[in-house]
Every structure is written in structure tokens, then in C-alpha cells.
Design a protein around this ligand. Structure first.
Ligand SMILES: [Zn+2]
Length: 563
């Protein structure tokens, strides 16, 4: 018990020490409501760590978003995906605050952005205003919260980065108050036999290890017998006080007989390395179960710099006749700590579960380029596409090829080239490279057509084929009808769709003049705001053109009246 309290104190001390490096009173809250989080910094996401906090906005859009300190807007972006509408504000203290998934900008910025959108005739834009051109003061409304871009529900994505290195830092290190008295939850514990011949509980394969909660709140694993080099991994989450969201934990520390073997935390990380998350998690397990196990040992091809401390890369060499007390200390940023104790006995035992035989005809040497001819297509993996050498499972075909499956993560793009020569020339225009999912549903993979070859660059393994899209997109009005009076309307919206290859471009004019359509791919909606332009006639002709990814195009026209 005394030891437990001491560890808590030491851990809290670590977090306080981290906070010492960051200004505590410089930044106010970006919202006028209490901070309740739907996501924490460093949380494990698809191919990346979450680079900010997701603040819940009461299931609503349109809450005022405030500048957290005096500063100047250095970047604004509007995109269909990613952060959607986003503002970057640089502050004199060397930090940049970032506000994402916005519904709308504040009046001054909105005017600035619209001007650029109309001059470029594009909804998607990116701007880098001159330093001092767009100044903001602490607490002023710079935008309204929304759900734009890759967002699954209304919230504000908020980041604090270093203005110099652009490294994101944990926003909760800057004195923000988020109520949290709940210890992290551990869902699963896993043991990994790592060296040749290593066994855990007589298994050469990854094993799940049971644990039970002790009266003092700590967790105790069933006794583990092992031999050789082994490692551990956990599946865990943290919950704050005022919401049920399962957020990421702040730090994981592993000790063996009192010595720190590994410790990592989410004080900061770099965008350049964020994809190495696929080396921190057990990727094949994630592919199968959609749950992320964080390994407490560091793989040789893991280039993350989130580690505060490492001994033997977190791997434990278990010798016969020796016993080891392994402790995992899982903490949130408030210092709430969950301790998981794993007793390990070094024992020579019979192997009951052997490693899977994953041998195939083709072996990938990760640090060399690899070429394969699969009949319908050729595949080229540049050097270091993959993290480690492995047997790749390739299936040749006249129409369809299969490149392993997504249980392996590619770090870089590789190239797939189809030969379209067996298709009639007039068909080739409507063909595209499609990735087929488990249910054989095609999705468009950006297809470059040249020199009689169709090429795509991707990081997704799996099944690919050529698919023909001969159906043009559909366009239908959402909130108005032909020949309707729309004097009281503040906006026009339409539903656009393309079944197979997907929407590539869209554009619209009113009486021949280009108008801004805001596209929301999540709802297939394009929207025009009447504030944008003063119409000088009562009769208006709207013309909307949508083109899909192989060039099929549809034009919709409608007349309406407005005073
Ligand atoms: Zn976010």
C-alpha cells in the first residue's frame, strides 16, 4: 500500500513537472461551456494519434468559438475531409492554437474566406494570411462550432502546437480544468512470446491473460509461466467525470522487479511520426477485432519519440527458475492511476500452442524494393513500404488481384498498375481502379490513366480490380421546387450522389454567375447561402453540374423567384 501511494506521488510529480514547461494562465477556454471531452490528446485513432482534444458541444452546432489568447490568424483552411473548416492562431508566447470542424467563421474571417473562395471559384481553399493581417483578441468570437470534415458528430477539435516546430502538445498541460477522478480502465491484458522458442503459458502465440480486481483497487493477473523473451500489451481507456466517452490514457509505465522497463506518455508527439502508431498497437489484432492493444515493448521499426524511458526496449528476458513481478501503471493526465500486477515464473514447459505457419511463396524484404506481376496488374512496393519482413499472400487473376489483406499496415504508398488493353477503347474512359471490401463492394482508388496503363497509389492492402462506371451522378433539390418563390429562404440546398466512382467536382451558377456551394460529403448535400450575393432580378436560373471520378457528368437547372 505504501508503495502504491509513493508511485501515485511520483507519477503526479511527473505530470506536474511536465506542466512546469507550459504556461498555465496564458490561454482561456475556446468555448463558453464547461470542458467535457469526447476525445483526449494522443488517443489511438486510425493511422494516427489524436493531436488535440475533442470538446463536446452539447450535441449542437453553432456555439461561439473564442480565441484563447491575443494573436494573429496564420492559416485558414476549408476542406471536405480532415479538419473541415479550421483556423490557426499564432500567439506571441510561441504557441499556435487550432480550432477544427467549424460550421462557420466569425464575421470578419467569413468575409475574408468568401472573397478567396469566390476569386478561386472553389469551396476548398487554404490561406496563409500575413502576420498581423488578421488580429484576434483573447475571448473574441472567431468562429462557430460545427461538424465539418472528418467529424462524426458536433464537437470542437482544439489543439495547441509549438509555432516553431508545429509539434502538437497536450492541451490539458496548459491549466485547463477537466473534471476527472476516475482511474483508467483496463479491458484486456496480452502476453507476447517474442524470441525464437519463447513461450507464455505454453503458447508460442499471443495469449490473453486474465486478471481480477483486488480490494485496494489494483488489478492482479493470473500467474504467468514463461520462458525466453516476452512482452506485454494492454487494451485500456480513460473516462472523465461528466461523460461516458471512452477516451485515451495519458501514460503507460512498465516495471519489472522495480526497475522501469518502458514508459511512454502523450505530452507531445510529431506529425511526421504519427503513422508509427501502427507499430505501437498490435495491428493484426486491431484488423481482426477493431480494438487497439498498446504494446509495452518497442518494436525495432517503431520510430515514435513518446518514450520517456526504455530498458531492453521493454522486453523481458525470462529465465528458468526465476520469478518476476511485472507492474503496469496506467495513468490519465490528472494522475488517476490503475496498477496491474503480473507475476511471472520462469519455467521450462511443453509447447501446446504453436506459432501459425504463415509461409507463402513470396517473401518481402522490407528494406528492399519488391516487384510482383499478378496477371491483371503489377504491384511495386518501394523500399520500406513495410515495417518488417514477412510472407506476403498474393493472388494472381485475369481481372482481380489480391495483395495480402489489411492485417499488415503499409507505412508508405505502393503502386498498382493495371493493363486496360483488353477493354475496348470506348469503355476505358469509364473504367477505374477499385478496391473491393470484404463484401466485394467497390470503392474508388484515385486512378491515373496514361500510356495504356491505369495506375493507383495506395497504402491499403487487399483486393483490387477495374470497375466500369457508366452512370452519371444524380442531382435533386432538397429544400425547394421548380418555379417557387424563395424570398424568405436563407439558403438553397441540393442532394448530389454518385454510386460507383463517386463525386469528383461540382459547380453551380445563378443567372450565369458562379456561386459558392458548400459541400458536405457526409450528407451528400451542397448548400448556397443567399447572403453571398445580391440578385438583381426576380427570376433566377440555377444551374448545377456534378462530375464523377471517371468524367460522367450531370447538369441540373431550375428556375425560382425571389424579391
Ligand atoms: Zn479531434
Amino acid at each position: 500500500m505504501r508503495f502504491h501511494i509513493l508511485t501515485v506521488l511520483l507519477l503526479s510529480f511527473n505530470i506536474i513537472a511536465a506542466q512546469d514547461n507550459y504556461p498555465q494562465d496564458a490561454f482561456q477556454s475556446p468555448l463558453e461551456i464547461p470542458l467535457i471531452l469526447a476525445g483526449t490528446f494522443g488517443e489511438l485513432r486510425s493511422d494516427h494519434f489524436h493531436s488535440g482534444i475533442d470538446i463536446k458541444t452539447q450535441q449542437r452546432e453553432g456555439l461561439p468559438v473564442l480565441a484563447v489568447a491575443d494573436g494573429t490568424v496564420v492559416r485558414i483552411q476549408v476542406s471536405h475531409w480532415g479538419y473541415g473548416k479550421v483556423i490557426y492562431v499564432a500567439h506571441p508566447n510561441g504557441y499556435t492554437s487550432v480550432y477544427g470542424h467549424l460550421k462557420k467563421f466569425g464575421p470578419e474571417l467569413e468575409e475574408y474566406v468568401k472573397k478567396v473562395q469566390y476569386s478561386k471559384q472553389s469551396y476548398e481553399v487554404e490561406m496563409f494570411p500575413d502576420y498581423g493581417e488578421l488580429k484576434v483578441t483573447k475571448g473574441s468570437v472567431i468562429a462557430y462550432s460545427g461538424n465539418t470534415g472528418g467529424s462524426a458528430g458536433p464537437h470542437l477539435h482544439f489543439e495547441i502546437r509549438s509555432s516553431v516546430t508545429e509539434r502538437p502538445t497536450n492541451p490539458l498541460l496548459y491549466g485547463y480544468e477537466v473534471r476527472d477522478a476516475t482511474n483508467p480502465t483496463v479491458l484486456g491484458l496480452f502476453g507476447y512470446p517474442l524470441s525464437e522458442g519463447a513461450l507464455i503459458n505454453q503458447s508460442a502465440k499471443t495469449v490473453q491473460i486474465n486478471f481480477t480486481k483486488q480490494p485496494d483497487g489494483s488489478l492482479l493477473a493470473d500467474k504467468v509461466s514463461a520462458l525466453g523473451t516476452i512482452g506485454f500489451g494492454i487494451n485500456s481507456f480513460d473516462r472523465q467525470d461528466l461523460a461516458a466517452n471512452q477516451n485515451g490514457v495519458y501514460s503507460v509505465k512498465q516495471t519489472v522487479n522495480g526497475r522501469v522497463y518502458s514508459e511512454f506518455d502523450f505530452e507531445t508527439f510529431s506529425f511526421a511520426e504519427t503513422r508509427y502508431i501502427n507499430t505501437l498497437i498490435d495491428y493484426p489484432y486491431f484488423y481482426k477485432n477493431r480494438q487497439r492493444i498498446q504494446k509495452c515493448f518497442k518494436e525495432p521499426y517503431n520510430h515514435l519519440d513518446i518514450y520517456k524511458s526504455l530498458y531492453n526496449n521493454g522486453k523481458i528476458d525470462v529465465e528458468e527458475g526465476m520469478s518476476y513481478q511485472v507492474e503496469l501503471l496506467i495513468s490519465d493526465i490528472e494522475g488517476n492511476l490503475t496498477k496491474l500486477v503480473i507475476p511471472v515464473e520462469g519455467k521450462q514447459e511443453m509447447e501446446k500452442v504453436a506459432k501459425e505457419d504463415d509461409r507463402t511463396e513470396d517473401f518481402i524484404l522490407a528494406d528492399k524494393p519488391n516487384n510482383f506481376d499478378l496477371g491483371a496488374a503489377k504491384v511495386y512496393f518501394p523500399a520500406n513500404t513495410f515495417y518488417e519482413d514477412f510472407y506476403i499472400d498474393l493472388k494472381k487473376g485475369n481481372d482481380t488481384i489480391t495483395i495480402h489483406d489489411n492485417s499488415v499496415s503499409a507505412h508508405r504508398n505502393f503502386t498498382i498498375s493495371f493493363d486496360p488493353s483488353k477493354y475496348p477503347l470506348e469503355d476505358r474512359k469509364q473504367l477505374f481502379i477499385a478496391r473491393l471490401d470484404d463484401k466485394n463492394r467497390p470503392s474508388y482508388s484515385k486512378t491515373y490513366k496514361r500510356d495504356g496503363s491505369f495506375t493507383t497509389r495506395t497504402r491499403s492492402l487487399g483486393t483490387y480490380t477495374l470497375v466500369k462506371d457508366s452512370v452519371a451522378p444524380t442531382i435533386r433539390p432538397k429544400n425547394f421546387k421548380e418555379k417557387q418563390w424563395l424570398s424568405n429562404y436563407s439558403y438553397l440546398s441540393l442532394i448530389i450522389n454518385d454510386d460507383l466512382s463517386g463525386v469528383d467536382t461540382y459547380s453551380a451558377t445563378l443567372n450565369g454567375e458562379w456561386i459558392l456551394m458548400e459541400y458536405e460529403p457526409k450528407t451528400n448535400t451542397i448548400t448556397y447561402n443567399f447572403d453571398d450575393k445580391i440578385l438583381n432580378t426576380n427570376e433566377c436560373e440555377l444551374k448545377v453540374t456534378v462530375t464523377d471520378n471517371v468524367g460522367n457528368s450531370t447538369t441540373f437547372t431550375s428556375t425560382f423567384f425571389r424579391k
